[in-house]
Design a protein around this ligand. Structure first.
Ligand code: NAP
Ligand code: F7E
Length: 323
């Protein structure tokens, strides 16, 4: 039985990855930071099947302990301060978690067991102000936020440990991926949550920033399969994971309202650009996942329409079940 340690197991991706690894008969450990009120909603349904270890990306010793306790064959480093907008409000903390946290975990692996296979959750935000379209593994990075900068650091330190210490370390450059388990502050979930509530008469309108930015949005459940596949190859490498199509925030809004039978969505949406403006924006992202398709045999399974409908329906169910 293989053993895997997932940092960020309580987040969106961590919960889907834990499910996937359990289905493959792994012993699954999750690193969780101590919170006064535990945040385990996303893993409630598998709570008795995974083993949680207390630790923090800020604390080197706790990472080494987690690796010793789990006797991990594979470590998936998904923990991060992942909300781009907050990275301007807390740039130093974002760097500590999202950048230096990767070095701490790599150091823990190097010291405790350098045979461990390591996955780093890198991001399309590293491309930022894009220099070519679509973006692929060789596209130059030009991050536009402290989050993007921290992810570039995480990406390169992963490559550096691979080259310096011969670690089996992979960087997955994942474009936006969403699901009903997405945090409520991200634009997709903010939209589907509001649309469900508006259709049930619980909310009057939805306030967003600009409706123009375009993202390559996939389903998180499809993307965690790519993470696992990367660690099953003969050689460690880096891969872009994306759907290859992009849509604007406006298109997402239109489709979400359509799912609940509302066509005149403009009546409900307020665009407050100044309130949600970021000091520097990423306007347009679209990924080329042909390397992953060729080498890993990975392909997206869920379409944009299916994703939006899945998220709206899940929020409808949740809202209906609330008193
Ligand atoms: P998420 O839902 O925000 O989850 C982040 C996880 O990190 C949570 O479990 C959080 O724990 C944990 N965490 C944060 N700081 C920590 C610390 N100091 N020590 C230990 N754990 C900590 O993120 P996600 O959407 O699942 O994304 C997973 C990873 O992929 C992140 O690294 C993200 O930056 C990256 N990524 C995401 C996307 C995307 O579109 N989703 C795209 C590219 C890359 P708490 O529950 O305690 O807060
Ligand atoms: O914004 C615009 C916003 O916050 C998407 C993270 O998982 O993916 C995610 O980062 C776009 C931006 O995600 C609102 O300005 C308009 O252009 O949902 P988001 P993100 O910034 O793309 C990458 C790949 C990651 O790695 C990150 O961890 O939507 N937008 N109005 C809005 N965004 C938000 N949040 N809220 C609005 O009201």
């Amino acid at each position: 039985m293989k053993s895997a340690l997932i940092t960020g197991i309580t987040g969106q991706d961590g919960s889907y990855l834990a499910e996937l690894l359990l289905s493959k008969n792994y012993k699954v450990y999750g690193l969780v930071r101590r919170l006064s009120t535990p945040n385990t909603g996303n893993i409630r349904h598998i709570y008795d099947k995974v083993e949680l270890i207390s630790g923090d990306l800020l604390d080197q010793g706790s990472l080494q302990d987690a690796i010793r306790i789990s006797e991990a064959d594979e470590v998936y480093n998904l923990a991060a301060q992942s909300f781009v907008k907050a990275s301007w409000e807390q740039p130093v903390l974002t760097g500590e978690f999202t950048a230096l946290g990767v070095t701490r975990m790599l150091e823990a692996i190097r010291i405790v067991n350098p045979k461990i296979r390591f996955y780093q959750a890198s991001s399309s935000e590293m491309f930022g102000k894009v220099t070519e379209t679509p973006q692929k593994e060789t596209t130059r990075f030009h991050p536009r936020s402290p989050y993007g900068v921290a992810k570039v650091y995480g990406h390169y330190i992963t490559l550096n440990y691979r080259e310096s210490y011969n670690l089996f370390a992979c960087s997955g450059i994942l474009f936006n991926h969403e699901s009903p388990r997405r945090g409520i502050e991200f634009v997709t979930r903010k939209i589907t949550h509001a649309v469900a509530r508006i259709s049930l008469g619980k909310q009057k309108n939805l306030e967003l920033g600009s409706l123009e930015p375009k993202r390559d949005w996939g389903f998180a459940g499809d993307y965690v399969e790519a993470m696992w596949l990367m660690l099953q190859q003969e050689k460690p490498d880096d891969y872009v994971i994306a759907t290859g199509e992009n849509h604007s925030v406006k298109e997402f809004v239109e489709l979400a309202f359509k799912t609940v039978g509302i066509d005149d969505w403009e009546k409900y949406v307020v665009s407050n650009k100044s309130k949600y403006m970021r000091p520097a924006e990423v306007d347009y992202l679209i990924g080329d996942a042909s390397k992953a398709e060729k080498v890993l045999g990975w392909k997206k399974k869920t379409s944009f329409k299916q994703l939006v409908e899945m998220m709206v329906r899940a929020d409808l169910e949740r809202e209906k079940s609330k008193k």
